[in-house]
Write a protein that binds this ligand. Structure first.
Ligand code: SF4
Ligand code: SF4
Length: 261
């Protein structure tokens, strides 16, 4: 994980998805907050030398509260909170904290940790990145949304089609910011969720991940990203379309007469 624009966009949130943050059967906000808090406190009790870091890691492995969703993806013990307010999740070994890079002990190795940038860096447009950064100010939801390419792109595309132009960060004064935040928070509180182990469009079985369908329809892609249960699909689609219609109306009403180009 880097401390760059998308990973740590500002002092109010950050992402830790690629370090295995959500790779728990129980990846609820409360469970992950508790885990990160415990790890961060434990980390402070060990010296920052190879022996201390090894001893920390051994102890930290006992903090995992739940089995992994995927056995193929690490859940790095060095991911914690990097600020006192617990607003930013991040690498406890990062050079910005200590002046030297301690990630030799990382399960991925220092070079991979330092160089890794996920697909969202490449495939989200600057406007799409800017909208998510502007709308979300909490680490849990930010990480879930910014790493879900299909969810961000398809929902912003449908919104743009409805209002007649692309949504840009500068349009998002309240109440539009709040309205879009409520929509993004479906990633956490979608009422039609699958009961199988899921993370976005992937579901997990015996520690391996699978993709249900290569959906063509944008609405289906969004429903997949929201972990919709197959048995509730059609009902969920009606709800989603109705909700998006209301969101479009709010945007049209609020932006009427404003310079949006
Ligand atoms: S998943 Fe992407 S945005 Fe999140 S920390 Fe990793 S590289 Fe950064
Ligand atoms: S050591 Fe690497 S994988 Fe672990 S938290 Fe740091 S950047 Fe992430």
């Amino acid at each position: 994980m880097e401390m760059g624009k998308l990973c740590h966009p500002d002092g109010r949130k950050s992402c830790g998805a690629c370090c295995g943050l959500y790779n728990y059967l129980d990846h609820s906000r409360e469970a992950l907050r508790r885990l990160l808090r415990l790890r961060t406190r434990l980390f402070k009790r060990y010296p920052l030398d190879p022996e201390g870091l090894r001893a920390y890691r051994q102890r930290a492995q006992m903090l995992h509260h739940s089995p992994p969703l995927s056995k193929e993806i690490y859940r790095c013990d060095f991911l914690g909170f990097v600020d006192e307010e617990e607003r930013r999740v991040g690498c406890l070994l990062h050079p910005s904290l200590w002046g030297e890079d301690l990630r030799d002990v990382s399960p991925y190795g220092r070079k991979l940790c330092a160089g890794h940038l996920c697909l969202s860096h490449t495939y989200l447009s600057e406007a799409e990145k800017g909208v998510v950064i502007r709308v979300l100010d909490d680490w849990y939801l930010y990480g879930l949304v910014i790493t879900d390419l299909d969810f961000v792109r398809e929902s912003l595309r449908i919104l743009a089609d409805g209002i007649g132009h692309a949504v840009k960060p500068q349009h998002l004064e309240p109440p539009l910011r709040d309205a879009l935040r409520r929509f993004f928070s479906f990633k956490e509180h979608w009422p039609f969720k699958d009961s199988r182990p899921r993370l976005g469009k992937y579901w997990f079985s015996e520690g391996e991940y699978r993709l249900d369908h290569p959906w063509d329809d944008p609405w289906d892609r969004i429903l997949g990203c929201l972990e919709t249960a197959p048995s509730l699909w059609e009902e969920a689609k009606v709800y989603l379309k109705h909700y998006m219609g209301k969101l479009i109306e709010t945007f049209l009403r609020t932006l009427e007469g404003k310079d949006v180009v």
